[in-house]
Design a protein around this ligand. Structure first.
Ligand code: HEC
Ligand code: HEC
Length: 267
């Protein structure tokens, strides 16, 4: 490798390490946030999340480069409803709050018509403005640009359009599809596990769903071991798998269903 390649590799590697650190912290905070119904406290935590998610902008730039090179590793994430222009931003950031059914009491979830009815009545321009500048309402705090100031206004607007489109075309909403087909595993996977196991750029640090080579030796350990490790957490050669993916509100059965779903993707 030339010196220049070394530098490029080192820069990308640092960003990926940064991405993991940020993600771990976000999941830790989100997990605590989910288990706490004191509103003032919840708002404070949301502010902390906003603060901590700021560097994500740099990470997105790296992710974009790599993900574009290797799209086949991501299809298990499901339903790419015809490549909506706002979906990349949504999947890269907004989904961490708006795609977690366990947080429906604190964050309006994408595809939840009841939660969005009164918001949509405010008019799309108000929604754009609140998503761009931030907004504190009855539920809590929406951080400006989802906490990533590096997003352009147009990128945030496209992500809002995508979220609204998930209500209008009920049949393509990711959350609905899982529930309608009764596939609990897919629903849990799409709402949480995908944030680590469906990010091709992190393949060196997290076993990616659909990557048969990486899963062969894990599957040899037996399904019961995989269930136990996913439920209780596990530290292996690659790094740390947080217990229940960081969401203690999931039942053991929900986590097992998500593991089954992941195993199915390599069989
Ligand atoms: C850290 C968690 C978090 C992230 C990340 C996040 N949101 Fe939100 N968002 C919220 C919360 C909480 C609310 C509800 C605020 C309320 O009504 O109390 C909300 C509300 C909204 C609303 C409705 C605003 C209104 O006027 O009713 C829109 C639109 C929105 N978010 C878009 C986005 C977009 C687009 C992204 C990604 C760029 C994003 N959000 C990322 C937490 C988040
Ligand atoms: C914050 C990132 C993160 C989230 C979220 C996450 N995982 Fe993991 N997971 C990891 C990492 C890292 C490993 C690899 C640990 C190792 O082998 O070094 C892993 C490994 C695993 C393994 C293999 C365990 C073994 O014994 O080899 C299973 C199964 C698994 N995860 C299931 C899940 C499920 C199900 C969810 C959602 C409920 C989930 N993960 C959410 C990071 C995550």
């Amino acid at each position: 490798m030339s010196k220049e390649q070394d530098q490029v590799f080192f820069r990308n590697f640092s960003l990926v390490v940064g991405a993991i650190a940020v993600m771990m912290v976000v999941f830790f905070i989100v997990a605590q946030f989910a288990g706490n119904d004191d509103e003032a406290d919840a708002k404070m935590r949301a502010a902390q999340v906003a603060e901590l998610t700021k560097p994500v902008g740099k990470v997105t730039a790296v992710g974009d480069e790599v993900v574009e090179e290797a799209p086949p590793a991501t299809p298990p994430a499901g339903d790419a409803s015809g490549g909506h222009p706002g979906q990349a931003v949504y999947d890269g950031l907004c989904v961490n709050c708006h795609g977690i059914p366990a947080m429906a009491a604190m964050i309006p979830q994408t595809g939840d018509a009841a939660a969005w009815e009164t918001r949509i009545e405010k008019g799309i321009d108000t929604l754009y403005e609140n998503a761009i500048n931030g907004f504190t309402g009855d539920m809590g705090m929406m951080p400006g640009k989802g906490g990533n100031p590096n997003l352009s206004d147009d990128e945030v607007k496209a992500a809002v359009d995508y979220m609204v489109s998930q209500l209008e075309s009920g049949d393509t909403a990711a959350a609905d599809t899982g529930a309608a087909s009764g596939d609990v595993g897919k629903t849990v996977y799409d709402s949480l596990c995908v944030n680590c196991h469906g990010v091709a750029a992190l393949a060196a640090m997290i076993p990616q769903t659909g990557d048969a080579a990486v899963w062969a030796s894990r599957i040899e350990k037996g399904t019961d071991t995989l269930y136990t490790n996913a439920i209780n957490g596990f530290t292996g050669d690659l790094g740390m798998m947080p217990g229940k993916g960081g969401n203690p509100d999931l039942s053991d059965d929900e986590v097992k269903a998500a593991v089954d779903y992941m195993i199915k993707q390599v069989q």
